[in-house]
Design a protein around this ligand. Sequence first.
Ligand code: AMP
Length: 290
Amino acid sequence: METIYTVEWMKQVARQARAEGRLVGLVPTMGALHEGHASLVRAARQQCSPVVVSIFVNPAQFGPMEDLDNYPRQIEADREMVEKLGVDYLFAPTAAEMYPGGYRTYVNVEGMSGVLEGRSRPGHFRGVTTVVLKLFEIVQPNFAYFGRKDAQQARILRQMTGDLNLDAEVVVCPIVREADGLALSSRNAYLNPDERRAAMALHGALRTAEKEITAGERDALHLVATMRKVIEAEPLASVDYAEIVDADTLEPVTRLRRACLVLLAVFIGTTRLIDNMLVEERGGAFLVSI
Ligand code: AMP
């Protein structure tokens, strides 16, 4: 595996691979890699060669009061992990390489970027779409792999690739969870043992809603109220948002229909965690992917 630090070298390597008619796969990450990231790499390796993993803690997607400086960084452990997974190139540029002095250009997906995560984290998705567009230009991937853990992000990126006629196809992979249901996240490292237990409230709330859906409940407001109750029963947890939205438009729904996303953002102490499940109508029944 080769580690690449500069945009120019990454471009050259990617250009060469495309010229040889190979399928280039890209897995963009912020590092502190775990099994969730590994699942994306495995999906990429099934379809693509070479596979490029990028590690870049993107300053543009962090708000001024967020955890940019404290975000876990462990490049050596990450390098070992992706090498074992059979990754061909690790692209690890510096912030100055990606945003040199005088940088001025940002891309924004209107509307969708201002709801849910975007309402709680103004400017976040503008940073995400900008860095992903830059990565797509640098790596020229045929396929780019993202997790449904960040369902709104995946939807926004798919919108961007369509709107801007990009070559890269966005592939969305399932959520990888701990044995007890907690969605893997680099931010789980912030949790102390009590908070780790409390973090179960997110998955617990989704499971409770799933049970109600299976029993026939279709009223979105009722389901949201149920989830809030589960989370509020946990003293260390406080809800940032709990919403059910149309999976395509990301607009709130009052009743389950077609495909919906059930989305949670919850503070556990000072750590903000997100989780979600997808509910899809199939011949009158609703199929839940958690
Ligand atoms: P991050 O490093 O947090 O920016 O995540 C990089 C990619 O990994 C994003 O596409 C995430 O959605 C995905 N990812 C993070 N956690 C998980 C998980 N538990 N299961 C599946 N994908 C994940």
